[in-house]
Design a protein around this ligand. Sequence first.
Ligand SMILES: Cc1ncc(COP(=O)(O)O)c(C=O)c1O
Length: 400
Amino acid sequence: MLLDALNPHPADGLLALMSLYAADTRRSKLDLGVGVYRTEAGATPVMTAVKQAEWKLLQAQGSKSYLGPEGDLEFVRALQPLVFGATLVADLGARLTGVQTVGGTGALRLAADLVAGASPGHVLWLGTPSWPNHTPVFAASGLRVRSYRQFDAAAQGFDLAATLAALERAGAGDLVLLHGCCHNPTGADPSAEEWEQVIEVIVRRGLLPLVDIAYQGLGRDPESDAWALRRLVECVPQALVAYSCDKNFGLYRERVGALYVVAASGAAAAAASSHLAAHARASYSMPADHGAAVVRTILGDASLRAAWSEELRGMAARVNGIRGALAALGQVGAIELSPLARQRGLFALLPLPAAAIERLRIDHGVYMAGSGRINVAGLSMGAVARFGDALRTVQTAVAA
Ligand SMILES: Cc1ncc(COP(=O)(O)O)c(C=O)c1O
């Protein structure tokens, strides 16, 4: 029997960690594992503008009839200026098209399906470390993933030389995955000068960029966080942009995202759009509506939009405040925390041995991914010193 032959799939490390965290009865426990924004009190609340938009929708929505495989195209259009800026949207005109997707993950998968549909087994270059789901998503579409190191662990920064060398090796037309901002898991984004060099190689070698942007507004602000993506799109004839609204609108479980295609011509964009609809239809038929309707409602209402922007600004400020407090701890055992001040977004990657990560969990109730990734937003200001002490203690313990 076919199903009898299946062995259990290896458990997802982060999900297993969540279960251990839930079972831990210590009040002082810290969840630095799951990649969600948390308030100073440790909550991941529904944003105020989201609640208000939901209320508006509840009163105004007159039908739940099907929308179509592209999802809510009003949402897709409303999001465009936030992602690309109004000027670039106008400049791109019919070269820009998009569909609503099942979160950022769904956008990545649809992008991979589009490319693999046109060119089976196409090569995608992935800088590592990266979000652990990248490789499975791309491999599931039949893309061939080639990885290269893009993080300099010693300097805790983006490795420009290794990235440029990898892109020089890539074949013309190869797909290149780039994190738009707030790199997961390192927090280390290229500087503006480094982006220019990366873009230069992409243009010169005719590579196809796929920008994954899942944290716009959680780094500095929405405009600054989109700078690199916009600069890239200005320079290349074609690009793919996988966008998630799940973090910056706090809509995680509603699964809201979009995939944008920038094509060389309006006709090519229209053709790509028809393929995206076909891939969506063959996979999940159409995306769920609610989350996208919420985002569309917020973006289309000046006062909801202002409330959302303000709350998002406060979220980024809190994350950067924690980053500053961690950085101020300086050298903690063998780990230098000062680079965290110049990194951005929810994550940082601490070069800790597995034994130290385990001791943090068992002895101190500090839960973090096995890779050494911490979610900076999992800390409150009051917990930073305690975290620093625990970090020092476990390093001494495992070295002894
Ligand atoms: C880099 C990156 N891309 C994409 C995603 C997927 O986001 P979503 O939850 O919207 O599918 C995540 C989520 O953690 C992420 O970190």
